[in-house]
Design a protein around this ligand. Structure first.
Ligand code: LMR
Length: 398
């Protein structure tokens, strides 16, 4: 008899467990297209030169490792607001937007989930069908009720805009709707700025609250273009949550750095909102880890470093866009008859290939190619070296 006998075996994480399996695979030709991590042409996840320069400066100038404030530093809050909303709109939001530095985008989502469950009248959060697998865990953890809205049509492999809008029109007032700011995870299928305008209008009329998961700024069309959703919603004067991440666009995956911005539609609620956010932070991790935030602050407060970062980010974005075309060509060259040209239009790191769970498992078991069971691939994991191999394996499992 053990006190732990009642502990049951939890299901493996649908994304991160694949990297564990990949690491344990002894096949020298294995390919990991599961977790959303950028790799360059050589197959490595680089530290950006901008980040190295910032870290050099930080190492030389560091004087203390004392705690950060619960919400992180004011400089970080201000710089990340400007990146997210643009300078002018960020200025207009002062006194209404409560921002905090979080441990990654996941930390921002989890603080938001806690805040919603404890403080809002609603107990219901709406998720995209499909969505990032971890959304269910994060919003389910504090006991929120989960519903799904229509988004993607698995038959046409594209956005079902009419069904999406119909769903949004039927969401009750006060509920929270989790939207993907850009580079929809897992489908890579995004909304246009005009479509975002319509979404914001529906949120205003129906009075539900948008929560924008914004983990890929700069990986779609560009830093400014990708911010359309967050900016349109904020400009419309709606209450909203925006969860930002620097894992991908600054390559700071392991430093766990992100931000939560909570926009209140009435400035009189601001101090109360901040006070409750602090409670959530305090009981979860007390205050954020400093290093990643210091790197972000160093880069965003220096015009030359910011410009250099923009160029490095553009290079990552261009590589992913190039790989999409290269991959579609390789599939044709491998003799795959199914039309995969839809992959070219998708945005960001991910694509929904339309492959079934059985085909995903076969790719893994027969070819040591790791993709998520939903058929999602991380396009950024494809290189000159593995593209023909991946295409041939897909031909085999189709
Ligand atoms: C992904 O979807 O692969 C990334 O967001 C990484 C993660 O934590 O799942």
């Amino acid at each position: 008899m053990s006190h732990f006998d009642a502990v049951s075996l939890a299901p493996a994480d649908p994304i991160l467990s694949l990297t564990e399996a990949f690491k344990a695979d002894s096949n020298p030709d294995k390919v990991n297209l599961s977790v959303g991590v950028f790799v360059d042409q050589t197959g490595t996840t680089p530290i950006l030169d901008t980040v190295k320069e910032a870290e050099k400066r930080l190492l030389e100038g560091a004087t203390s490792k004392s705690y950060l404030p619960m919400t992180g530093t004011p400089a970080y809050a201000s710089l990340t607001q400007k990146l997210c909303f643009g300078e002018e709109l960020a200025g207009e939001l002062q006194g209404r937007v409560a921002s905090l530095q979080s441990p990654g985008g996941t930390g921002a989502l989890r603080v938001a989930a806690d805040f919603i469950s404890k403080n809002l009248e609603t107990n219901t959060v709406w998720l995209s069908n499909p969505t990032w697998a971890n959304h269910k865990g994060i919003f389910g953890a504090p006991g929120l009720k989960l519903e799904t809205y229509n988004y993607y049509n698995a038959e046409t492999l594209s956005l079902d805009y009419a069904a999406f809008i119909e769903s949004l029109n039927n969401i009750p007032a006060g509920d929270v709707v989790v939207l993907h700011g850009c580079c929809h995870n897992p489908t890579g299928v995004d909304l246009t700025a005009e479509q975002w305008e319509e979404v914001a209008q529906i949120a205003a009329t129906k009075k539900w609250i948008p929560l924008i998961d914004f983990a890929y700024q700069g990986f779609g069309d560009g830093i400014e273009e990708d911010a359309a959703a967050a900016r349109i919603v904020a400009k419309a004067g709606l209450p909203a949550f925006v969860c930002q991440s620097f894992s991908k666009n600054l390559g700071l995956y392991q430093d766990r750095v992100g931000a939560l911005h909570v926009i209140t539609d009435d400035a009189s609620n601001f101090a109360n909102v901040v006070s409750q956010l602090k409670i959530s932070v305090r009981v979860n991790y007390s205050n954020p880890p400093a290093h990643g935030g210091a790197v972000v602050t160093t880069i965003l407060s220096d015009a030359a470093l910011t410009e250099q970062w923009h160029a490095e980010l553009a290079a990552m974005r261009d590589r992913i866009a190039g790989v999409r075309t290269q991959f579609v060509d390789a599939l044709k060259a491998a003799g795959v008859e199914r039309d995969f040209s839809f992959l070219i239009e998708q945005k960001g790191m991910f694509s929904f290939t339309g492959l079934s769970k059985e085909q995903a498992v076969a790719l893994r078991e027969k070819h040591s190619i790791y993709i998520v069971d939903s058929g999602r691939i991380n396009v950024a994991g494809i290189t000159d070296e593995n593209v023909a191999q991946v295409a041939a394996a897909i031909k085999d499992v189709l």
